[in-house]
Design a protein around this ligand. Structure first.
Ligand code: BMA
Length: 326
């Protein structure tokens, strides 16, 4: 993968409203331009966090909304004047980590939602990025949903990451990638395991779906994040942080995407650049958008260090070749 020389392609300084951490975006092509919905954590600054950490004080809170950015080339972005989505009430704490897919001529937004009674995964639709119709919300705990860009076998399909805490052989956070189908984006079922975290050589704990998959002649190309717990302290404004997130890649069967037919044995994007290794949470690479261009170039958008949004590109044939048969 080749990182963009313009990285980070979006950060808080590009945002014309209160913004501290701009990351974990979803991206799609819509009506002749690239559209990005990004996560914006706001309300406190790096220096406030560092000060609290150094004095052992409680951390100042962050709130979250989703902003929109538009681009003609997928590289240079202009941010809209105000946030496009923020949900907060007695039960809902916040909405975050958007993923965007164009399916059958409309935009599907998947998001994570923190509530007082657990983490929920949501699916919504929009045509104008101003009005969002929520189609479904999972029971807790489930998130990292990403919808495929076509119906398969007549049904919508999504990848997702439930968070089972029992029967995991004593491991905490051994979370896996699952798949569900829906006739209408509202009712989801036929749920089945896609891949367990133990099958990914560069994960020691959890994995989760990343960008919505793209179709290739060899299979659905799908990114995921893979987490490794490390002994050393990683650079973090938050204090103690030991989880390293990298991007992995797999190839799924075109007719039954719950079958993994190829897997990259190495991460395709490990955190190495300074904007990936230090920030709010250092050593975090969290992809959420992937675009296949007519030229065969694949653009992968990823949150880096939970602080900024970045772009890396590769040739689709080379990415497919990285997925070794299962
Ligand atoms: C996950 C989510 C992501 C975040 C990542 C690294 O559990 O909260 O939004 O990017 O942790 O902090």
């Amino acid at each position: 993968m080749v990182r963009s020389p313009l990285n980070p392609v979006l950060s808080a300084k590009d945002v014309p409203f209160d913004a501290s951490l701009v990351f974990n975006a979803g991206v799609c092509k819509w009506q002749g331009e690239y559209v990005m919905l990004f996560r914006n954590d706001y309300g406190s600054t790096e220096s406030q966090w560092r000060e609290a950490a150094s004095r052992g004080l409680p951390f100042p809170g962050l709130s979250t909304n989703l902003g929109i950015a538009r681009s003609r080339d997928g590289v240079r972005w202009t941010v809209g004047p105000k946030p496009v989505l923020e949900l907060h009430d007695d039960e809902i704490l916040r909405v975050y980590d958007p993923r965007l897919t164009v399916v059958e001529g409309r935009v599907v937004l998947c998001f994570a939602m923190d509530t007082r009674h657990g983490l929920r995964g949501g699916v919504a639709t929009t045509e104008d990025f101003e009005h969002f119709e929520i189609r479904s919300l999972s029971v807790p705990d489930d998130r990292n949903m990403a919808v495929f860009p076509e119906k398969i076998g007549g049904r919508y399909v999504r990848l997702e990451r439930p968070m089972p805490v029992y029967s995991r052989y004593g491991k905490t956070e051994a979370f896996d990638i699952w798949l569900s189908e829906s006739p209408d984006l509202r009712f989801w079922g036929e749920s089945r395991l896609v891949i367990g975290a133990e099958s990914v050589p560069y994960a020691t704990t959890k994995i989760g779906p990343a960008a919505p998959p793209i179709r290739t002649p060899k299979g659905w190309l799908a990114t995921f994040h893979a987490v490794r717990v490390v002994d050393r302290e990683l650079a973090s404004w938050e204090g103690s942080w030991h989880k390293e997130y990298c991007a992995g890649l797999m190839l799924l069967d075109l007719d039954d995407p719950s079958k993994v037919i190829g897997l990259s044995r190495e991460p395709i994007l490990p955190p190495v650049e300074s904007y990936e290794t230090s920030g709010f949470r250092g050593n975090v690479i969290f992809p959420g958008g992937m675009i296949l261009e007519d030229s065969g170039e694949v653009k992968i958008y990823y949150g880096a260090a939970d602080t900024v949004e970045c772009l890396a590109t590769a040739d689709v044939g080379e990415l497919i070749a990285m997925c070794e048969p299962m």
